[in-house]
Design a binder for this molecule. Sequence first.
Ligand code: C2E
Ligand code: CA
Ligand code: CA
Length: 642
Amino acid sequence: MNTIFNYVFTYPRIPIFAKGSFKLLNIQADKVMISLLILQWFIATFVTSILYDTYYYGFFGGGLIVVPIMILYPFLKGDNFYRYLIAIAMMLFSVIFIQQYLGRIEMHFHIFITMAILTLYKDIFPLLVAAITTIMHHIIFNYLQLYEVTLFDMPVMVFNYGCGFDIVILHAIFVMSEFLVLGYLIRLQREHNIDLNIARNKVFELNKELKHTSLHDSLTGLPNRLYLNEQIEKVKEYADKNSQKFAIVFLDLDHFKNINDTLGHDVGDALLQTVANILRNVVNKNDLITRIGGDEFIIVISDFENDDELLPIISNLLEKFRQELLIKGYSLRLSASIGVSIFPDDSASIRELMKYADIAMYNAKADGRDNFSFFTQSLNTKIHNEVDIINDIQRAFYDNEFKLYYQPKIDANSRKIVGAEALLRWIHYEKGIIGPDVFIPLAESTGFMLGLGKFVIQESSRAIRRFSDLGHHDLKISINISTRQFQNTDLYHDLKDELSINSVNPNQLGIEITESIMIQHINKTLTTLREIKNLGVSIYIDDFGTGYSSLSYLKKFPIDTLKIDKSFVDDINEDANNDELLLNTILAMGKSLGLDIIAEGVESEFQYNYLREQGCDIIQGYYFAKPMPEEDFIKLLREEHL
Ligand code: C2E
Ligand code: CA
Ligand code: CA
């Protein structure tokens, strides 16, 4: 049968993707048909009552047709079979009621209209069913009339003139031609609709693709932050409903920037892809893995009861990262820092959870990297305090709350003040004195240290000017230069400018740098240091002995003085033989290179005496004096010796 119709109508095939929308269309058509049936039911009742005064016949007869259709709607809507039932029902109204009370012509007109309406189903079969119903009606009622049967006390009459089978065939031909015309109409409608569907589907696919690219990271193929934001809401809803937990695991690669900078972006990119694969392998398939930026990943782990269950996953991750990775011919060792926050224990707000995981991750980094940390409220307070400080630094700067304190440096033999180290202090209007160990790392992290560094250069130059004006022309003041400041400012010109503005003798100024500066960007550092040295400014190596510098470095760089770190001075022990001390070696090495030596953090007389005997030139430490404000230092300068 199907093939016959395909042959007659070359019926367009419905593509799979369009099936759904056809079904929707048919459900809508079902609704239209049911409304029409109800309307017809109403007409049948109404017409009957006026003409024949047989309300019951109209009402119950119509109801018999309409009510089953209505009852079946929720179960069968959109179904092929339901469409055929509706076609029969529609036709029954024409052939029973319309024909009965309005006449044959009206009936045929009505049949045609009904079949036309049935084309709303983009389906040939309801039409066929309707046509067959009509033909069957003609055949059945023809014979009912022949045998003079009565229905509901009314004689059945199909044709009011003598009937014959030829007439039935004639009607069948009418109906079939109606069927062909309307069938063709359906074909046109369907073709058009499929075109539309194809177009709609293309748009849909394109949208899907666009959505995929906007929600995924093209490098690793992992979902991105946008996707995470979308999905995590769903995860939260689910967890909320089922009173379950989920964890936000924030993973950040350690020193990724170094790899990118030194080995190039190709290697960096390949590394990120490897990392994505490691994550895919280690993390459960049901958990969400996203790359939210550069070397930052967020994994959402759900479906665990106890926080301890997360530990194996996390340590496994860290373990996998530690393995040697072969990437583009480089064998790289990687590590990651991980921070974890848990819903709903830490917070019920996604935004807060994300922030907390981030805070925990930074804590893991601060704890020495290659590490993980769970969020706790105390971490939060710590960060809050730090944020408060960061926000306050700028204000403090303009309120002149930063001051330089001076810690005297004493000649070991004469006990005279030969100079001082300038040390920053923050005299906070509310909190009192804040030490540099608290605010300098924070100022560094925001870049504000550069401004603060300039301030130190300016302020120390002015102070040297004041000390000279008081007659202290040989006093040497040293200032500390952070690594960041050394690398990101034009230190040479800053020093040169300030010295000349205040007409200060460059010999009275020294800079203290740490060993770590020397091993980074060697050539540039060397050039800068030579320029500074040529200016007349002295160069001190601070915290000496704690870094990585070797003898060859010390020879290469234009250094004047080593400042032996306090930790070596602490080793000097009153009750033991001090022959084996590292301090002795350092002292001997410095001397052999012809460098001056300052011992830092000298707190006792014993330490002082020992250092002097070992040939240490200059002593700095609480034993003689703590860092102090400029006025106090000036007062101290008046003393012969300490
Ligand atoms: P540093 O350069 O090693 O400075 C010496 C630190 O040791 C100072 O701490 C000083 O007060 C302390 N100290 C000196 N003698 C003794 C002693 O006998 N016993 C003990 N326990 N400590 C002693 P301070 O002033 O708190 O400075 C800490 C660090 O902050 C400095 O370490 C320096 O790295 C940094 N810093 C201070 N001022 C500046 C600055 O203007 N610029 C930069 N970049 N860093 C600064
Ligand atoms: Ca120092
Ligand atoms: Ca030091």
